[in-house]
Design a protein. Structure first.
Length: 323
């Protein structure tokens, strides 16, 4: 199979390019004044909690260097947690602690970390090493998601997450990002995670890519990736719509996980969602975006919008550009 090639072929296949995304969707539908609500993960979490949107529990926030010396007491109260920059992007600077072994902390890959190593990493976060634009940052300490066991056979040492693209309040595309050995257990396509498309209408997985190449099995577990029916699918789509409604952005990426006991949780929001989702779902976004744009009066009710979204996708839409 051959992936997208010349500019002419891209346009013919309805592929959304970065310039068109920026000019026709991000600049047009995302008011600049609302960016702080999604660029600052701490503000996003606070807004979500106020709005009744389910998110991983916040354990604490490190804002100044002096607080780093007191991290030991916070860490002692939690066997597992995540430390991440408030202004980070692309998964950079995120440290996942899965448990303890004596005086050391265990990562998902089994490596052990000392308290001093964690404190040094937190200091780097505050310095702005991982933040957008290198600005001084804050470190967020939060609940580490215990992902649903149904994903154990298609995930390697990490938590898979969903990326939902919501346009004008309508979910238009969805994929699961599956951690791999290459990605060091992180759900990041650019670092080597698998992108697995999910059919909006059925909640069933279909197309999958790894390092921009079509695959049919997870590269580490060997399990087939297609034909998996996602639990809580309607709840996931409704959660994504609720997030878009709350922040007021017309073109939004919503990252969601399924916790073993808590169900769907919103992780992050992105005002500039990447374009690799088109590889994962096996077709371009433009056709669907144009269908939503053509509707002058979209339904406001959540259930009505859900049904509208499910009616946008057909089998012909999904496969016509991949054959």
């Amino acid at each position: 199979m051959r992936f997208f090639a010349t500019p002419g072929e891209l346009r013919k296949r309805g592929v959304l390019g970065i310039n068109m995304r920026n000019a026709d969707y991000i600049m047009r539908y995302n008011p600049r004044r609302l960016y702080p609500l999604v660029d600052n993960k701490l503000e996003t979490k606070k807004l979500a909690i106020e709005s009744g949107i389910t998110v991983p529990e916040l354990y604490g926030v490190i804002t100044i260097e002096h607080q780093i010396q007191e991290m030991g007491s916070t860490l002692a109260n939690h066997q597992a947690l995540v430390i991440k920059p408030a202004h980070g992007s692309g998964g950079n600077g995120i440290m996942v602690i899965n448990g303890r072994m004596g005086n050391f902390f265990r990562r998902s890959n089994g490596n052990l970390l000392s308290l001093e190593t964690i404190q040094h990493h937190t200091s780097n976060i505050l310095s702005g090493m991982y933040s957008l634009g290198g600005i001084p940052d804050k470190a967020i300490l939060e609940y580490r998601v215990d992902f649903d066991p149904m994903f154990e056979h298609i995930s390697y040492q990490g938590v898979p997450d969903f990326r939902i693209i919501v346009f004008r309040g309508i979910p238009v595309a969805a994929m699961i990002r599956l951690p791999t050995r290459d990605s060091d257990g992180k759900a990041n396509l650019h670092q080597g995670a698998v992108g697995l498309g999910v059919n909006i209408a059925s909640g069933e997985t279909s197309y999958a890519v790894h390092h921009n190449q079509h695959i049919e099995r997870h590269p580490d577990t060997g399990h087939e990736t297609s034909g998996i029916v996602i639990p809580y699918w309607d709840d996931i789509l409704k959660l994504a719509m609720k997030c878009a409604d709350r922040v007021g952005l017309g073109y939004l990426g919503v990252d969601i996980v399924i916790d073993r006991t808590l169900g769907p949780l919103m992780l992050e929001l992105n005002a500039r969602p990447g374009l690799s989702i088109q590889l994962a779902i096996g077709h371009g976004l433009l056709k669907t975006l144009h269908k939503v744009e053509a509707c002058k009066h979209l339904p406001k009710d959540t259930d009505a919008r859900l049904e509208f979204a499910k009616g946008l996708r057909t089998c012909e839409d999904i496969r016509e550009v991949t054959n």
